[in-house]
Design a protein. Structure first.
Length: 162
């Protein structure tokens, strides 16, 4: 009987010491759920540590805010189906850049599809067209400059002959 009492006191004492430790510990669980988005400037140039905001369907206040990781990843766990919007703001050597990614989440909280803006889907085409327009603009400017100089020369020579 004496040993039973001592054992109960020792167990109670240990439990009493242990319970405050539980209140001050951090618990975690690793799950294989969620959605990840990789953001990059070029294939080998991730948008590291860029700020982002994630908005759930119909949200005015962000569901989540933060920075991408070193590899340019944003990960989140949606809590309802619908269109989720991820806004990423990154700064590179060329200045500030932004991207808006729309992810459609199904009723099982998995990604159904995602949508890129038109310019993100056809970036190379937009850059190529812009380059061609710039060359055409320079050619037109130089051509008109020569024509203007010829007109000025004709005007001056006609004034001298009069």
């Amino acid at each position: 009987m004496k040993y039973t009492s001592i054992l109960i006191i020792v167990i109670g004492f240990i439990a009493g010491l242990y319970s405050p430790a539980i209140a001050h510990s951090v618990h975690y669980q690793v799950e294989n759920k969620g959605i990840s988005v990789r953001v990059f400037y070029a294939e080998d140039d991730p948008a590291s540590y860029s700020s982002y905001e994630i908005f759930g369907p119909g949200d005015k206040i962000p569901h989540q805010k933060g920075r991408t990781d070193r590899n340019g990843f944003v990960s989140f766990l949606p809590d309802r189906k619908g269109k989720w919007v991820i806004k990423v703001y990154g700064e590179s050597e060329h200045g500030m850049h932004g991207a808006q990614i729309e992810v459609n989440v199904n009723e099982n909280l998995f990604m159904d599809s995602f949508k890129k803006p038109l310019v993100a889907q056809y970036t190379k085409a937009f850059v190529g067209i812009s380059f061609l327009l710039a060359i055409f603009g320079l050619w037109t400017l130089l051509k008109n400059r020569k024509n203007l100089q010829n007109e000025i020369s004709k005007h001056h020579s006609s004034e001298k002959s009069n």
